[in-house]
Write a protein that binds this ligand. Structure first.
Ligand SMILES: [Zn+2]
Ligand SMILES: [Zn+2]
Length: 337
């Protein structure tokens, strides 16, 4: 009996009659169960499909519920390190270091062990513990920044740049606005200011509701919601930093100066800071080496899938290719396409 791994609008893992789908984004799901790594929209589609059994962290379920999914059916929250059994397959989640409640899944089958990373970050962050390398036979790894062009400066340097820039904008009589992903980077920016300054933070409504979930899970966030009266006063006194969602159009506010917070900053022309909740290229290579896999399947990185795979083969001497290139079969001792 072999293990089959295939790209099918998500990552399909098939052993005997058991089919498990990881972070699917199709609605026609006839699998035994879905594993959801985290609440970002491109990973959590399974929550929109009532009939499928889904596993994720408690935090992921709570964050997904913010998007108006009022009733979540057939959802089973699992704790980090907990082991669940789906037929012959055992699944254990570990932290993936990306955002609140994000998991990588260790999937143990009679033919071998798979590690599926979802989105991954191996650097120490303020609101999430780094991803843990797990020894495995097949590593399915995201490759968002899977190209040598992406090497982030040390997190502390970026944090310092963020604070310095905001102070400069404030002294010029304007309001600094950081536009960041509402889940993950926004909370990191808030913590950067909370830890290093006394500047009040004004948080956009869409970010405040995510902050509340972080707070419920023990992360301290000091901020004032934008709808609060005090926020207007702070803004008119030029005594606040605003944290707002990425795609919000703020060009009509002449008193605002905005900057983007994203790993893609390295490619942007406008003011931006490369604070990221993803691993950069050296982080990815190191993580792969530490998992000691026999095969690496890259995914979620567009053209970076093949770039990362090429480097893994060349530098780490491990067989690697993009997951959607060809289905993979794996058997305890031998592996073949
Ligand atoms: Zn993500
Ligand atoms: Zn993603």
């Amino acid at each position: 009996m072999s293990l089959r791994i295939k790209w099918e609008s998500g990552v399909l893992i098939e052993h005997k009659d058991t089919k498990i789908i990881l972070d699917p984004y199709s609605r026609s799901l006839n699998h035994r169960a879905a594993l959801v790594t985290h609440a970002h929209l491109d990973h959590s589609h399974a929550f929109k499909v009532n009939h499928i059994l889904k596993f994720s962290s408690e935090e992921t379920g709570e964050l997904v519920a913010l998007d108006g999914i009022s009733r979540i059916d057939r959802w089973r929250p699992i704790r980090e390190g907990e082991r669940i059994t789906i037929d012959d397959i055992e699944v254990t989640p570990h932290s993936s270091g990306h955002v609140l409640g994000s998991y990588e899944f260790e999937i143990i089958t009679p033919e071998g062990t798979i590690l599926f990373t979802g989105d991954l970050n191996t650097r120490e962050h303020r609101t999430v513990r780094p991803a843990e390398p797990v020894q495995c036979d097949v590593l399915i790894i995201e490759s968002t920044f899977g190209s040598p062009d992406f090497v982030f400066p040390p997190d502390e340097t970026i944090a310092k740049d963020i604070v310095d820039w905001a102070s400069k904008v404030l002294s010029a009589g304007k309001i600094p606005v950081f536009q960041a992903d509402s889940l993950g980077n926004a909370q990191e920016v808030i913590r950067v200011f909370n830890e290093n300054t006394t500047i009040p933070i004004v948080s956009h409504r869409r970010i405040s509701r995510v902050n509340r979930v972080y707070e419920m899970h023990g992360y301290r966030m000091e901020y004032i919601d934008m709808e609060d009266e005090r926020a207007h006063e702070l803004i008119s006194n030029r005594n606040a930093v605003i944290v707002a969602p990425k795609r919000l159009d703020l060009s009509f506010r002449t008193d605002y100066v905005s900057a983007l917070v994203s790993g893609w900053a390295l490619k942007f022309r406008r003011k931006s800071f490369p604070l990221s909740d993803h691993a950069d290229f050296p982080n990815l290579m190191e993580f792969i080496g530490r998992c000691r896999p026999k095969i690496v399947l890259t995914y979620h990185g567009g053209r970076h899938n093949s770039i990362l795979a090429k480097y893994v083969e060349k530098k780490l001497k491990i067989r690697a290719y993009p997951i959607d290139l060809i289905p993979t079969r794996f058997q305890s001792k031998i592996s073949y396409f």
